[in-house]
Design a protein around this ligand. Structure first.
Ligand code: FAD
Length: 530
């Protein structure tokens, strides 16, 4: 009878298990192996990102409950290779922190034995800190979790204290840790630098599984390495960001140019002016000189009541036109006549086409959340979830006119089905000790080709990728001084050339803070070491 029972039990056990049961068992095993407080998921959208060009299914997706969970995950991956022969434990290889998954080229993905950590699941800390109970500039900060969205930082700071960070991205559905791992650029960066220049302290979990607080004066190599470090040296779990009194209102202005040199001269004039004589936000974009509803004239006005008077475009204009986009902050109660006068004085000598100027007044919060409305529209018509083969470049001033002639006026003369941003930035506002790499010279241009493709309409994704390659080849062939922003390369040589003389520093930092190359494998810079 004893034997019978044994036989019947083993027979039942060797029958194929239901997939769900097996998965539950695997979850329990993995949770035990990691000693996780949070939870594990085997089915999650983490195998896709905003770019929609890559797919990679991780072994599992981790929803951590706190920083200690990140330490446990990293330490279990470190010890995993040593114990991988033990049949009960999974052979864990790598760890990718996933912010909001808004990368284009799989940067927040792992291989099939890797773990993806959903940073948005971790506590959404947003604490305002007043040093010496003071309210004066330079004394108020916000401590914010690495997985918090910038839009939540804005809303919390603005509505609880009337304060706000100074440097933003155009779109705020991005995480603090995600943008600080790149740079974080928008129309305020000409004055304050990118977001990586606007953080005073970080808490980081390194690739060795250590929690480290770092700043300019404490563990400074880690601090500078992590900023713009493409997630290679540690996972940002907290950032301390200076706050300033926020304006209430914004005068948003667009001015059209037919000549590239006039557009860039004016943009450079404005970014170089003293703070009291210039705008608070400066960007620009290229659009097609036609009635194309997605790429042409109608994309410029700032409201449905504003008309683009095409008769004002000079006959000599080429296939594309340029728009300088600026904004001036003001406060409730400021006299609007005074705002008009200040704006008139600042734009008086600019060489835009008179009568092709558009203006709108809106609240500061509405202005910073301006892309959210477009996001909702794009989600409704399916464009948001379609692939986005975007290309972002930083191009030296010396090459920007040739870039315009070859790329905007020729390759992209019919548009890209989305915004083509171009605006100048000042290198002196960037901290060269961070991991970000820039072209030579004080002035360089951000060029962002933000392709939005309608499902089943227009060129194929493959064709758009080929067009991106054509642009890059053209820049390389002409010897332009440029860097990819949000870079993605597949070979060592390409990464070495991207970092140039900063490559050895980058490698040294990797050896020091993530010696087994566990972190952010989706960037494809280093391979896992045992
Ligand atoms: P993810 O894509 O999830 O991650 C990006 C990389 O950072 C990955 O390697 C990941 O492993 C790593 N990472 C994520 N979180 C952490 C963390 N806490 N610590 C360490 N590493 C981490 N960029 C601009 O500069 N300006 C803009 O105006 C701008 N607008 C955008 C608009 C849209 C619609 C989109 C899709 C992107 C935009 N970006 C912009 C790019 C954006 O900065 C990057 O996509 C960035 O990676 C942030 O996205 P994320 O938070 O989703 O990070």
């Amino acid at each position: 009878a004893y034997l019978e029972q044994f036989v019947s039990e083993t027979t039942t056990e060797s029958e194929p298990k239901l997939e769900e049961e097996e998965e539950d068992e695997n979850k329990i095993l993995l949770c035990k192996q990691i000693e996780l407080q949070g939870s594990i998921d085997f089915h999650c959208g983490a195998c896709k990102d905003f770019g929609g060009l890559n797919q990679s299914k991780p072994l599992a997706v981790i929803k951590p409950v706190g920083t200690e969970d990140l330490v446990r995950v990293i330490r279990s991956v470190i010890s995993s290779s040593a114990s991988s022969s033990a049949s009960s434990s999974s052979n864990l290889t790598t760890v990718a922190a996933r912010g909001n998954g808004h990368s284009i080229n799989g940067q927040a993905m792992t291989d099939e034995n890797g773990l993806v950590i959903l940073m948005r699941e971790i506590n959404g800390q947003i604490d305002i800190i007043r040093r010496n109970h003071s309210c004066s500039n330079g004394d108020v900060f916000v401590d914010v979790g690495g997985g918090v969205l910038w839009e939540d930082v804005l809303l919390h700071c603005y509505y609880t204290s009337g304060l706000a960070p100074r440097s933003w991205t155009d779109y705020l559905g991005l995480t603090v840790g995600g943008t600080l791992s790149n740079a974080g650029i928008s129309g305020q960066a000409f004055r304050y630098g990118p977001q990586t220049s606007n953080v005073t302290e970080l808490e980081v979990v390194t690739g060795k599984g250590e929690i480290v607080t770092c700043s300019e004066n404490q563990n400074s190599e880690l601090f500078h390495g992590v900023l713009g470090g493409l997630g290679q040296f540690g996972i940002i779990t907290r950032a301390r960001i200076p706050l300033e009194p926020a304006p209430h209102m914004v005068r948003w202005i667009r001015m059209v140019y037919s000549e590239f040199d006039e557009f860039t001269n004016d943009a450079e004039l404005l970014v170089n002016r003293a703070e009291c004589d210039s705008f608070d936000y400066i960007e620009g974009f290229v659009f097609v000189n036609s009635d194309d509803p997605v790429n042409g004239w109608s994309t410029v006005p700032l409201g449905s009541n504003q008309l683009f008077d095409r008769s004002r475009i000079p006959k000599s204009a080429g296939p594309v036109l340029y728009c300088l986009e600026v904004a001036l902050h003001y406060r409730n109660g400021d006299d609007l006549d005074t705002v008009d006068k200040v704006v008139s004085k600042m734009i008086g000598r600019l060489r835009f086409i008179r009568n092709l100027k558009f203006e709108s007044d809106l609240s500061y919060v509405e202005f910073l959340l301006r892309v959210k409305e477009q996001e909702e529209e794009a989600k409704a018509n399916g464009i948001w979830d379609n692939p986005h083969p975007w290309l972002n470049l930083l191009v030296a001033k010396k090459d920007i006119a040739d870039f315009d002639g070859l790329v905007f006026k020729k390759i992209l003369k019919d548009g890209i089905g989305g915004p083509m941003l171009i605006y100048p930035l000042l290198k002196s506002k960037w901290d060269t000790r961070t991991s970000v790499v820039l072209p030579e010279g004080e002035i360089f241009y951000l060029v962002a080709l933000l392709r939005f493709q309608l499902p089943m309409v227009g060129p194929s994704v493959q064709d758009l990728i080929i067009q991106n390659q054509e642009i890059l080849q053209c820049c390389t062939k002409r010897g332009f001084d440029f860097k990819l922003y949000l870079p993605h390369y597949r070979s060592d040589d390409q990464w070495k050339s991207h970092f140039g003389k900063q490559w050895s520093r980058f490698v040294e930092r990797k050896t020091k803070f993530d010696p087994m190359a566990i972190l952010a494998p989706g960037q494809k810079i280093f391979s896992r070491n045992n």
